[in-house]
Design a protein around this ligand. Structure first.
Ligand SMILES: O=C(O)CCC(=O)C(=O)O
Ligand SMILES: [Fe+2]
Length: 352
C-alpha cells in the first residue's frame, strides 16, 4: 500500500523555504541620523570622498532619501528660481501661460491648494516662456542645468553602489547633442516645476499633494523653509518630516522614482512621499518649492541585464511610461501621455 506522507512531513516540505528565511525584522524606529547629509565638495573628491559616497547610497537604501549640501557658489540658480517663482505667481503673466496639455508644459492653478508652472528643457522658438519676470527663461534653464549636473554626480555614486558604470544611468538621459543643435522640436523628457502652495485652510481631501511615488529616475528638491514634505520610510512605514531634518546650509533632498527602481530591480526604491498641510503655526505661510523630476528619454532602453540583474525584460522608457500612465493617477491632477524627445509634441508614446 502506498503510504501518504505524514501531515507533518508535508507541512515541513511545503514551508522549507521559510525555515531558510531570516526571522521577520522587528520594528526599528527611524532615527534622524539614518538620513545622511553629504557635502558636494566631499563626494566630488575622488580620493577622500569614498565614505561620503557610501553614506549617500546607504541613506537612499535605508530611508529612501538623502540630503546633499551644495557650496554657496552653486546656489545662484536656486535662489534666483525662488525669486522668479515669487514674481511670476504674484504677477498677471501666468494667466497667459496656462498648461497646454499637448506639450505638458505651462501654468496650472488648483484653487485653494497650489499653483505651479511645469517646464521641460527646450530651445524651441515656438515655446513661449513667460514674459514676466523678464529673466524667467534664463533662470529656468540655468536651474535645469544645475539639476542635471547634480543628477550626474548622484548617478556616479549610485552606480558605484551597485558596481556598474555610471554610463548605464547617464545613457538614459536626453542626448546632449540634441540640445546643443537646438533642434526646434526638441523638448526634454525631464520635467521641472516651480510650485506655490497657498496653505489656506482647506478640506481634508484637499491635501496639497497626495501620496505618490515619482515616475522618473531621480527627484531633486531644494529644502524649503515651510516644512510640509513627508517621506514614507520604506521599511517601517513611518511618515518622516523631511525638511526639519535638514541641518546644514544649502541642502537639496534627493530620492528615486519608479524608473530607477525598475532599472535596478528595487536596489534603489522609489520612495512614497506627500506634501502635507502645514502645521497650524505655519498656516497661511506660502510654500515655494522647486521640483526637478529627472526622467529617461523615450527611446532609451532600461536593461536590468546590463546591471547584473537578469530578471526583467528590457523595456523602453516610453513603453514603461505608457504602462504606468494608463493606470496611474497623477498627484498633481495631470493626465499626460507625453514623454518628451524630438518631434514633441506628438503621440510619441506610440512611436517606440
Ligand atoms: O513640492 C514638493 O516638495 C514635492 C512635490 C512633488 O512631490 C511632486 O511634484 O512630485
Ligand atoms: Fe513627487
Amino acid at each position: 500500500m502506498r503510504r501518504l506522507p505524514s501531515r507533518r512531513w508535508g507541512l515541513s516540505t511545503n514551508r522549507w523555504h521559510l525555515s531558510q528565511a531570516p526571522p521577520p525584522p522587528s520594528y526599528v524606529p527611524f532615527k534622524p541620523e539614518d538620513a545622511a547629509h553629504v557635502a558636494w565638495e566631499d563626494i566630488a573628491n575622488p580620493e577622500g570622498g569614498a565614505d561620503s559616497r557610501a553614506a549617500f547610497v546607504e541613506s537612499l537604501r535605508k530611508v529612501g532619501f538623502v540630503f546633499l549640501s551644495l557650496p554657496d557658489s552653486m546656489m545662484g540658480p536656486i535662489n534666483s528660481s525662488y525669486e522668479v517663482a515669487r514674481q511670476f505667481f504674484a504677477g498677471e503673466a501666468k494667466k497667459h501661460h496656462r498648461m497646454r496639455e499637448q506639450r505638458d508644459v505651462g501654468y496650472v492653478n488648483m484653487p485653494h491648494i497650489k499653483e505651479f508652472y511645469q517646464m521641460r528643457y527646450t530651445k524651441s522658438p515656438t515655446e513661449v516662456w513667460p514674459s514676466q519676470p523678464e529673466n524667467f527663461k534664463e533662470v529656468a534653464l540655468e536651474y535645469y542645468d544645475l539639476m542635471l549636473r547634480i543628477t550626474k554626480e548622484c548617478f556616479k555614486m549610485m552606480a558605484e553602489g551597485i558596481k556598474v558604470d555610471a554610463e548605464h544611468f547617464v545613457n538614459l538621459l536626453d542626448l546632449e547633442e540634441r540640445k546643443e543643435k537646438e533642434v526646434d522640436t526638441f523638448y526634454g523628457s525631464t520635467l521641472f516645476r516651480y510650485f506655490r502652495y497657498k496653505n489656506k485652510p482647506c478640506l481634508p481631501e484637499d491635501e496639497p499633494c497626495k501620496v505618490h511615488t515619482d515616475i522618473g529616475l531621480l527627484t531633486i528638491i531644494p529644502v524649503t523653509t515651510v516644512p510640509q514634505l513627508q517621506m514614507l520610510h520604506p521599511d517601517n512605514f513611518e511618515w518622516i518630516d523631511a525638511e526639519p531634518l535638514s541641518t546644514t546650509k544649502n541642502e537639496v533632498i534627493v530620492f528615486c522614482g519608479e524608473m530607477m527602481e525598475r532599472l535596478t530591480m528595487y536596489y534603489y526604491r522609489a520612495v512614497m512621499h506627500r506634501v502635507n498641510p502645514p502645521p497650524v503655526e505655519l498656516m497661511g505661510q506660502e510654500r515655494y518649492s522647486l521640483v526637478y523630476l529627472c526622467r529617461g528619454r523615450p527611446d532609451a532602453v532600461m536593461d536590468t541585464v546590463k546591471l547584473n540583474s537578469p530578471v526583467l525584460e528590457p523595456i523602453t522608457i516610453a513603453e514603461f511610461m505608457r504602462q504606468r500612465y494608463t493606470n496611474k493617477e497623477s498627484a498633481n491632477g495631470l493626465n499626460t501621455m507625453q514623454v518628451g524627445g524630438v518631434g514633441f509634441p506628438t503621440e510619441n508614446l506610440k512611436a517606440f
